[in-house]
Each structure stands twice: as C-alpha cells, then as structure tokens.
Design a protein around this ligand. Structure first.
Ligand code: HEM
Length: 511
C-alpha cells in the first residue's frame, strides 16, 4: 500500500475540495442503501439465506457498487426479531480491523448482531461476551476467565488425548462394524468435545456421565434458542423455516428445564472456581459467575469447537495422501508412536501442523460475523477509499471475506497448507498472522481484561494442533466425503488407514 502516492492521484488534482482521510485516501459516501423499511430488510433476509447465500450476498453487492468493500446493507434476521437491521458492512482486511479496536467500537449487546437473545436464557444475567470492553463488569469477569484458562492449560493435552481416543475408537468401530458404513465425524465430535471442554476447564465427571447420553443434545438445544435467527437450511420447505426461525423468538421457557439441568451440573463441577472467585474477592455474585461459566463452556468453547474441528478435518481430507504423508513424517519425528500423551510443547515443534491449523482458521473463521457500534464519528479506511461513519452506527464485518483478501494473502481463496510454515522468514509470518483474526484479535495479540479478544485463543490453536498430531500419529492417511452446509461442513469418514506401529500389526478400516 502506498497512501502518499494515492494522495497525489488524479482525483485530487480534479477537485481541490476532495476530502482526504489521515492516510490520504479520498473520502467517499458509503455506497448502498437500506431501501424501504420492513420490505427491504425482509427481501435482503431471503437473499441472504435462500436466494444467494451469505458469500454471494456480499460479493454481488460489492460488484454492484464498483468493487467498494464498505457498504450499507441490511443484516438478517430483520423483522420482527431485529430492532434495526441497518449496518455498515466492512468486507476487506483493512476496514475490518476497525472492529478489533476497542477504542473505536462499543460491543455492548452486539455478539449476535442485530438482535439480543432473551436474558431468560442466561438466568437473567448478561454474559461477559455481551459486555463492552469499557464496562467495569467486563474486566472483573474476564479476569476470572483468563485466570481459569491459565490454571487449566496443563489439563488440555491429557483431556484431548482421552477425547480423541474415545472419538476415533467409535469411528473405527463404525467403519469396521457389521453395517460397515461410512461414519459421520460431526456426531462424534459433538458428543466428545462437550466432555472434553468440561474436563479441560473444570475436571470432574463429564456431562455424558453426570447428565446422561443426551447431554450434548441439551447443550445444542440451548444454543439453538440463542442462534436460531441466524440458522438456515435446517427445515423444509424454506418458507416454513423462515417463518419458524427468523420471524419470532422461540420462547425461552421451552428450554428452561434443560438449562436448569446444565446449570446444576456446572454448579457441581465448577464449585472450586466459584469458591476461588469468592476468596479472591472478585466481586461477582456467585449466581452470576455460575451462569457465566455455563455460557463460557457451552457457547464460547463447545460452540467454537463444534464449528472449528469439522472445518479442520475437512481441509485435511481435501489435502489427500501427499499432505497426510508430510504431516505424519513431521509428527512422528517429534513424538513416539507408543500412545503416550502428545503435549502442547511437542506440537509447538511442528511447523507444518501449526500452519495447517492457522490456515484452517484463516479460510474458515469459525465465528464469521463481528459487530460493534461506532463510539464516535470516524473515518474508516479500506484499501482504495475512506468513508465517514457516524457515532452510533452499527459496523459489521464478514470475516470470511476479510481473511481471504487478495491484497494481504496470495492465493487468498485457496487452502495453502504450508502458508505459515516458512521458518526462514519469521517476520513475514508474523505480518501474515496479524491478519489471522478468528479470535476477534490478531493471532499475534493477547486477550486482556480491557479488550474483547477470545481468552481461549491458545487453547483453541492447541486443540487444533493436537487433533492433527493425534490423527497422523495414529493413521497414515484417511478418506472422507464433505458436504458443505450453512452451519458447519458435514465430514464423513469412508476409510482410516492405521499407521503400522500404531496398529501394532498394521491395518485399515474401510467403509
Ligand atoms: C474453536 C473455539 C473458539 C472459537 C472459534 C472462539 C471464538 C471467539 C470469538 C470470535 C470471540 C469474540 C466474539 C465477539 O465479541 O465478537 C470470542 C470471545 C470469547 N471467547 Fe472464544 N472461541 C473459542 C473457544 C473459547 C474457549 C476454549 C474459551 C474458554 C476459555 C473461550 C472464551 C471466550 C470468552 C470468555 C469470550 C468473550 C471475551 C470478551 O468478551 O472479552 N473461547 N471467542
């Protein structure tokens, strides 16, 4: 980028009145319009969910406005759930960064975008994720979470090792069983990652034992009651789905019993964390912290793994035997194949494994949408132009486009397994990682009490690395089919080929 050169461009020569941004970019009116109240937000919702799909929804509007990547659009769900669907969309890597600057945006109540779920779903409290960074309660709650994540870091690898072993024992049994059919990864992921999340964060009996086989279904139901206005292609025909999921809020009382059961479970397994917060005089009522811990474990952590791991395994499946062989070679040169726990320190020494995980988080950020209200009048700069935004306007970023910006990443739309593995140029890698922002902050940054970055960031990259390392320590290669769905890709294993040493005698399971 060469801002000063732009300041001398012909635009300015043509009009001395042309206003310029601090970097010398011409300030333009934000293109796009919100249309006719009620009808246009409704029409945009149908385009977004059914007639175009999210990516085409934005790409077609960028094309309609001459390539501008800062646009006025209506974001779903619209009437009658959203109070106001009007947003300024930031669709390139540069303008998107405004959303990561807590001095510029107020994120109070913006987690789910243009609507706020009923507080009845959270025991009447507003969880940390819905608090702005400047809210004093944010710092108090985040301090507890940062402390918890640090204290439990050494439980992540053993807990993940156990979850992986259980998950893949079940996948292998399915492939080898009498029906011998293909085995869906997502179902096993949903079940075992809830147990993993609770074991890693709190220890104690996993939900699957304490609550029962339907623990993950109960957790999922509670997530649906929060996120249904953003879901699609779950119910047919689509007009019925639109009416049921996008027009009115599902009443919270329908999930009250499940939520009470989940809360009782956390009151028990997280008793130590609750006691500790009281001892440390963290100044949070026990009940409020308990509901925050439910949100932390099920929405923040489990909800994240539910989307992230299927995308990661999807890219591994598409990478094929050549990538698998390179990964297996790297992993087995660092860890033994005797089944001992793979540690976070061990995966730190695996550049290709680390690169694959960052690349999956770049191409498919598990949380695709970020929102925040402008704290003041300001100028937002994209690559070629700048735009004035008024205080109070809702800014929205579609991260999937921001992290696939060709102006930052070469071959940005492709999955390049060793993009971040170029060990000879650490500075170049650091510059690229600045633009990997799945955690609501740069990969080079850190979660603090005063920002909105995910405090589980290192746990998440750690789990991704452990998943890849465990897979290719145990298997030489695998095959799977992938069906892209709006919520998460469905990955179905069709074969797993055991590594000779790991199997003891070699072997493979096939559908
Ligand atoms: C794959 C898994 C995960 C993903 C994709 C993910 C992603 C995110 C994102 C995008 C945000 C910012 C949301 C926003 O304000 O726009 C966030 C916030 C948060 N995450 Fe994570 N996260 C994951 C796992 C975890 C884990 C394991 C923890 C537990 C320590 C955690 C705890 C939190 C908390 C407490 C916040 C709110 C931070 C704040 O408001 O300052 N997350 N996460």
């Amino acid at each position: 980028m060469a801002p000063n050169k732009r300041a001398n461009s012909s635009d300015i020569a043509a009009s001395e009145q042309q206003k310029l941004s601090p970097c010398g970019l011409p300030i333009r009116k934000i293109p796009g319009s919100y249309g006719v109240p009620f009808f246009s937000p409704l029409r945009d919702r149908l385009d977004y969910f059914y007639f175009q799909g999210a990516e085409e929804f934005f790409r077609s509007r960028i094309a309609r406005h001459g390539g501008a990547t800062v646009l006025r659009v209506n974001m779903p769900p619209g009437p009658f759930i959203s109070g106001d669907s009007r947003v300024v969309a930031l669709l390139d890597a540069r303008s998107f960064r405004v959303l990561l600057d807590d001095s510029l945006v107020d994120k109070s109540g913006t987690l789910d975008g243009t609507y706020m779920p009923s507080l009845e779903l959270f025991g009447g409290h507003r969880p940390l994720s819905f608090l702005d960074a400047a809210d004093p309660r944010h710092a108090t709650l985040k301090r507890v979470v940062i402390r918890l994540a640090a204290a439990r870091a050494h439980h992540v690898a053993p807990a993940f090792g156990a979850a992986f072993a259980a998950m893949f024992a079940a996948v292998e049994a399915g492939l080898a069983g009498s029906s011998g059919g293909p085995v869906e990864f997502n179902k096993h992921n949903d079940r075992h990652m809830l147990d993993f999340t609770c074991a890693a964060l709190f220890g104690g009996a996993p939900p699957n034992k304490a609550i029962g086989d339907d623990a993950a279904a109960k957790a999922y139901k509670w997530l649906v009651f929060q996120l249904h206005p953003l879901a699609s292609k779950a119910i047919r025909p689509w007009p019925l789905e639109d009416l049921l999921l996008h027009t009115f809020r599902l009443p919270a009382f329908l999930v009250r019993r499940d939520y009470a059961e989940l809360t009782a479970y956390f009151a028990d397994v997280a008793a130590g964390v609750l006691d500790d917060a009281e001892k440390q005089a963290d100044d949070i009522p026990r009940d409020e912290l308990l509901h925050n811990l439910v949100f932390l474990a099920i929405f923040n952590a489990y909800g994240g793994y539910k989307f992230f791991l299927p995308h990661l395994v999807k890219w591994l499946a598409r990478g094929g035997p050549e990538l698998h062989a390179r990964l297996a070679g790297e992993i087995r040169s660092v860890v033994s194949t005797d089944g001992a726990v793979i540690t976070l320190a061990a995966v730190e020494r695996m550049p290709l494994v680390k690169s694959v995980v960052w690349e999956a988080l770049r191409v498919n950020p598990p949380v695709e949408f970020q929102y925040g209200r402008a704290r003041r009048d300001m100028v937002v700069e994209s690559h070629d132009a700048a735009y004035e935004v008024r205080k109070g306007e809702m800014l929205f970023g579609y991260q999937t486009l921001a992290t696939r910006d060709e102006r930052v990443f070469e071959r940005a739309g492709e999955f390049v397994a060793d993009r971040f593995a170029c060990s000879d140029d650490g500075e170049r890698r650091r510059r690229l990682l600045e633009h990997v922002v799945w955690s609501n902050g740069p990969e080079t940054g850190e979660a603090t009490e005063g920002n909105k970055q995910c405090p589980g960031k290192d746990m998440v990259t750690g789990v991704g690395r452990l998943m890849v390392a465990e897979l290719f320590r145990r298997y030489d290669t695998f095959t799977a089919t992938v069906e892209e769905k709006p919520v998460e890709p469905v990955v179905t294993f069709t074969s797993l080929t055991r590594a000779a040493a790991a199997a003891g005698h070699g072997g493979s399971a096939r559908a």
